[in-house]
Design a binder for this molecule. Structure first.
Ligand code: ARG
Ligand code: ZN
Length: 479
């Protein structure tokens, strides 16, 4: 069955209105108003995200039992209707492993259904355009990886660890494994998580520890609460439950540092202890650190990737200095400046990867021109190195060339513009788009403006085209 609800009025979202994925069971109440889209409109991940509203905050409370893997959750979502007309039905992303038992909208019970990783809610009465509303959703289940993969394969979601603990991470999505969310990067929201666990476990998340409206602590349990006050994309949320130790510090610019180390990750402490120096270096090239806390979560297991979860990246066992610099650079590129579409993920990864180059240069480890020329010389005879564009590389290809060709492209841009103009561009870019969403087209426009001349052909050759760029782009004047 598919939804037979009439669509009244055009969605104000840029997102196309899509029909429910086939197999979606709909709730019976007729919607009093328009039906929100079940797509956030990203061409690469059309099933992620939803239309009709804009989330302002998530207040997530979970009770987790590592011994059974069971999670009981209640989330309060505060959002504003942006459907353009009265909103009568809306979707949230939630994996089917989690079962919803109750939904209230503005304190009134709402009908709902779940299918195909969507929770579809029909409020008792429609919600006016521009009105803010609170959805309180109660749910439970045994969360797991989205798509059923394993952490080593790089899917997102909820992963149980050898220690018996668990971690929620993943890109391009992860939140919908453990709480209902509008899982699309541009719908950023503040985030508070309160987690109750058996006494032997600890919990860390994004932001800073808080103690607001804590639930009573059951005997034998412990309650932890973390709050991130800067709006964040849902894939940048994390929750780590384990028997870790934490260390605290402060950056030169006064930002509190909190690092967490699994028992199996104590050897990473030397890296975490250098957080302040990495942040100082990145501030020198990108401007002030954009959030009110920083740190890392060193889980001591060999998952396939590290992730730039906001304020507090998650690192695998194999973490090294380059990885920490990379994930901290993402706090500016990806976390403060947020993607509009996944096709522009070079805005995150090309810059975080080039930050590693700049770090090596600042340490005197590498002459970047030499490194660039060496890598170009090798890559020139490898057609596969140039097969996909850095911008709009195609769904499923996002996390590849941006790491290898991305830094070459940015080094070439630096040589083309001159180091000084390039440095201004990086700082101005962050200043202009921090706390906002951005596209590659926005970056091209700013590069052209700061260069004082038209770089379109250069930018197209390196970022939008495939194949080896012509020599005039491969060997810019200032090399
Ligand atoms: N953004 C992460 C990083 O900076 C990579 C995530 C890779 N994701 C994946 N599914 N493999 O390293
Ligand atoms: Zn990255």
């Amino acid at each position: 069955p598919s939804t037979s609800a009439p669509e009244s009025g055009a969605p104000a979202d840029s997102a196309p209105a899509v029909t429910a994925p086939s197999g979606v069971a709909t709730n019976n109440a007729p919607p009093d108003g328009a039906v929100g889209s079940l797509s956030g409109g990203d061409p690469y991940y059309p099933n992620s995200g939803n239309g009709g509203y804009d989330v302002a905050s998530y207040d997530v409370a979970v009770v987790y039992t590592p011994e059974t893997g069971e999670l009981l959750g209640t989330v309060g979502i505060t959002a504003t209707v942006n459907q353009g007309v009265r909103l009568g039905r809306m979707g949230f992303d939630l994996q089917n492993t989690m079962t919803v038992s109750q939904v209230a909208i503005n304190g009134k019970n709402a009908s709902f259904s779940q299918a195909n990783s969507k929770l579809i809610i029909t409020p008792a009465s429609g919600l006016d355009e521009g009105a803010s509303f609170v959805a309180v959703i109660t749910y439970s289940g045994v969360p797991g990886p989205i798509g059923g993969g394993t952490a080593g394969l790089g899917d997102g979601g909820w992963y149980t660890l050898a220690s018996g603990g668990a971690v929620a991470i993943g890109e391009p999505y992860s939140a919908s494994a453990w709480f209902p969310a509008n899982e699309i990067p541009y719908d950023e929201a503040t985030f508070r998580v309160t987690a109750t666990v058996p006494e032997k476990w600890k919990v860390i998340s994004n932001g800073l520890p808080t103690q607001d409206s804590l639930p009573p602590t059951p005997a034998g349990s412990a309650v932890f609460q973390w709050t991130e006050t800067a709006a964040m994309s849902t894939y940048l949320t994390t929750l780590y439950i384990d028997t870790f130790t934490t260390t605290q510090g402060v950056t030169a610019s006064g930002i509190p540092i909190i690092n967490a180390y699994a028992t199996s990750a104590t050897s990473s402490q030397a890296l975490g202890d250098k957080t302040a120096s990495y942040v100082s270096f990145l501030e020198s090239i990108y401007g002030p650190y954009p959030f009110d806390s920083v740190g890392g979560i060193f889980i001591g297991e060999n998952i396939g990737f590290a992730l730039e979860t906001q304020t507090r990246p998650v690192y695998p066992q194999w973490v090294d200095e380059a990885t920490v610099v990379h994930e901290l650079a993402h706090q500016w590129f990806g976390d403060a400046v947020t993607l509009t579409n996944w096709s522009d993920v070079c805005l995150n990864e090309c810059f975080a990867s080039y930050s590693q180059w700049q770090w090596q240069e600042a340490q005197g480890y590498e002459n970047l021109d030499k490194l660039y020329l060496q890598q170009v010389a090798t890559a020139k005879s490898q057609p596969s190195f140039w097969e996909l564009p850095l911008v709009d590389m195609g769904s499923g290809n996002e996390f590849g060339d941006v790491y290898t060709r991305g830094p070459l492209a940015l080094h070439a841009l630096r040589a083309e513009m001159g180091a000084e103009a390039f440095s201004t561009l990086l700082k101005d870019w962050v200043k202009a788009y921090s706390g906002k969403t951005a596209s590659w087209t926005d970056f091209e426009a700013m590069a052209n403006k700061l260069a004082g001349r038209d770089l379109s052909a250069f930018l197209k050759a390196w970022f939008r085209d495939t194949g080896v760029p012509a020599d005039q782009y491969l060997y810019p004047g200032n090399l």
